[in-house]
Design a protein around this ligand. Structure first.
Ligand SMILES: Cc1ncc(C[n+]2csc(CCOP(=O)(O)OP(=O)(O)O)c2C)c(N)n1
Length: 383
């Protein structure tokens, strides 16, 4: 058994100061220490997939990051691990517990995942080892993890067994101030058949944001249309890991300590897939964060199948989550005005823009390889 600080302090000395995760009872002493440590920026995520998005965003802003979770959450993490971390070569240090370990009495819901945890990591080509349980083994274990991640540019995992870390009392957790409930501005006035094309909305956001703001385009044709309008190093296309664009934007803002405006171009389908992230954003209060939900009421990228968004008021949801300024728009002028104000007033802010169903003709895919996009973005982002 080790004490939490036996691991966290040497990790901090190596620069791992940005952590995100979801608790597990096996993690309690460890996570309590992490949350209580003044030197750690910790984001309590709504899901493990979101935690990986947030940690990836922090990495893009130049921070070494760690995700901690239960192995049940490994299921929630598979998509970002395989199509965000792997694809872009984002080396997050991943610590998962080992509920249901063979031979250890545990609850039935952990039985299968307990048996396959190591195999699942290996299948995802994530090198891993058991979390060190002797203080003398911590630094060598961290060195091995760092060597691996430097070599592959991809995650490395530690699997934490029951009782690996000694008890640590949870200190009082600071609560972020809750802003007054925002009143969304604007209403939708244009008939669905008359709405602007999605690429027109993206063009307005891109032009208004300029090249001084980080622009994150979600999975599918939003990212592809953003690329088609012209690649710039401040643009990052989340080609996989649908739903994580907003978490990536949050991690980027927090990791970069608000040094840049961050603008997320989300889809209605993607926003719905990780709706919990709106709560994490509202709680975290990133001041220079603008979330634009480009709503065509469909999964247009996969053929136009309806989402439930025609009956969803994202503006009210955002207000309830703690966003500060919120607009509903469906005209070009109103979108430009909302983005301009949204980037110049303390956030988190949200623009819900309704657009027509359809795509730009002959839409290409990013010709830049994901790792190249990531490298360019990181060179652009101020260190
Ligand atoms: C986890 C995951 N599920 C499903 C998909 C397939 N997929 C790619 S884009 C997309 C639709 C995205 O819809 P939305 O966010 O509303 O954007 P739109 O295409 O309408 O602009 C889907 C379902 C995926 N890439 N990843």
């Amino acid at each position: 058994m080790i004490k939490a600080h036996d691991f966290v302090q040497p990790a901090l000395e190596r620069g791992y100061s940005f952590w995100a995760g979801v608790p597990c009872s096996f993690l309690t002493p460890f996570i309590n220490y992490v949350i209580s440590s003044p030197d750690v920026d910790y984001v309590g995520a709504a899901s493990e997939g979101e935690a990986l998005g947030v940690a990836a965003g922090a990495y893009l802003a130049g921070r070494k990051s760690v995700v901690i979770c239960q192995n049940s959450g490994l299921g929630n993490a598979v998509n970002p691990l395989t199509s965000l971390n792997y694809t872009f070569r984002i080396p997050t240090l991943f610590i998962t517990t080992h509920r249901g370990a063979p031979g250890v009495r545990d609850e039935p819901q952990h039985e299968l995942m307990g048996q396959i945890t190591g195999d699942l990591l290996t299948t995802m080509r994530i090198p891993w080892d058991f979390f060190p349980e002797d203080p003398a083994l911590v630094v060598p274990a961290l060195e091995r993890a760092e060597e691996c991640m430097a070599e592959t540019g991809r995650p490395y995992a530690f699997v934490m067994r029951k009782g690996a870390v000694d008890d640590y009392e949870l200190s009082e957790q600071p609560r972020h101030p809750v802003p007054p409930l925002a009143s969304p501005r604007g209403t939708f006035t244009v008939a669905p058949s008359e709405r602007m094309p999605r690429i027109e909305a993206i063009r307005i956001v891109r032009d208004t944001a300029g090249d001084g703001a980080a622009l994150i385009g979600t999975t599918g044709k939003i990212g592809r249309e953003l690329y088609t309008l012209g690649h710039r190093p401040n643009q990052f296309y989340v080609v996989g890991a649908m739903g994580t664009a907003s978490g990536i934007g949050l991690g980027m803002h927090l990791g970069g300590r608000g040094s840049r405006n961050v603008v997320v171009l989300d889809g209605d389908g993607a926003a719905l897939m990780k709706l919990g992230t709106l709560a994490t954003i509202g709680y975290s209060q990133p001041a220079r964060f603008l979330h634009v939900i480009i709503d065509n009421e469909a999964h247009e990228s996969t053929g136009g199948q309806a989402t439930v968004s025609s009956g969803i008021d994202f503006a009210t949801i955002a207000a309830g989550c703690g966003y500060r300024n919120i607009w509903r728009v469906d005209t070009a002028d109103a979108l430009e005005a909302a983005v301009t104000e949204g980037m110049n007033t303390t956030g988190p802010n949200l623009v819900h823009v309704k657009v027509a169903l359809g795509s730009a003709p002959e839409l290409g895919r990013p010709a830049h390889a994901p790792a190249e996009v990531r490298e360019q973005f990181m060179s652009w982002f101020p260190g």
